[in-house]
Design a protein around this ligand. Sequence first.
Ligand SMILES: [Zn+2]
Length: 311
Amino acid sequence: MKNVVPIIMAMLALGHGADRGAAQPGNWGKTTTQKAEFHAASDVPRSQVELTRRWYEIASGAWGNYGPLEFWIVGRNETAARELDRKHCGIRKKKDPSISLRHCLNRGHNFVSYAKGGNAGLNTRRNENEKWSGFIITMSAKYPGPDEEDYKPVVLHEYFHVYQHAHIHSRKDSVRESLNQENPWWGEGGAEYMAQLLYSKQKGVRPGYLKETMKRKLRSLKDLHEGENIRNIPYGRRARISYDLGAWFIAFIISKSSEESYRIKFFKELNSNGFEGAFLKSFGQTSKDLLDEFHNDFLKLDLEEKMKIIP
Ligand SMILES: [Zn+2]
C-alpha cells in the first residue's frame, strides 16, 4: 500500500498542473516529473532563458528532477527587475495565500538588488509557517553573465543546492541547518565540486577544464591560517576559502570512497542518521578525523600529488 500513495499524488499533480503534488508533505525529497518554471524580466533575452533551461535539464538529468522549482532571471534594467518582483510576489501569494504581499515586495535581497549587483542564488522555502515548500533560483546578467563560461557551472551549482535541500525533510530551521551544516564548507563545497565535475564531463568542454579549475581554487590555501579548519569559517568575508577548499574536501572524500558514497549514500542516510551518523556510514570515518587528515596530510602534499585525485 505504501508505494501506491506517491503514484496517485504524482497523477494528481499531472492532472492539475501547478504545484499540488510536490507541495504535499509526503513528496518532499522525491523526484518529480514536474519541470521547473521559468520567469524572466522583460529585458532578458530569450537565449538566456533557453541557456538556463538547457543547464537545468543537464543537472536534473544527472541528479534527478526535484521541485517544485522556479527559475527567476533578472537583467540589468532595474525597472524591469521591479516589475519582475511584483510578478514574483503575485505568484508567492497565489501559491500561499497566507504570505504578506508587502513583506514579499520589501524583502531585503529582491530582484532589483540582483539587477544592481548581479550574482546567482537559491532560496529554499521550507519551514513551519509557510504552506508552500519549494525552491527559487535567481540568475542575473552579471557575475556571471550569460556570455561567460561560468554561467553554466553556476546553474549546475545552484541546482545541486536544490538536490541537497530536497534531501532534508524537516521543516524545522535548526534541523535543516544541522543537516546541511551552518558554515559553508560542506554545502558550498559539495555544490561547487559536483557542479564543476558534471560540467567537465559535458560535450565540448576542454579536457583539462576540471584540473585547471581545481588548481585555481588552491589559491585560497594562502588565506587559510595556520592550524585553521575550513569547518569553522562562516559565510561572509572569508567564505571564499570554504567554497574553494570545501570543493577540494569533497574531491578528497570522493577519492577515498566513491562518488556514489557522497552523492547517493550520504544523502539517503541523512534524515534518519543525522549529519555525523550519515557521514560515518558513508565514509567510514568521523567528519573530524577526515577533516584532520585533509588539513594535516592532504593539503600539505605538493601540487602534483594533490592534482592526482582530480579526474
Ligand atoms: Zn552556493
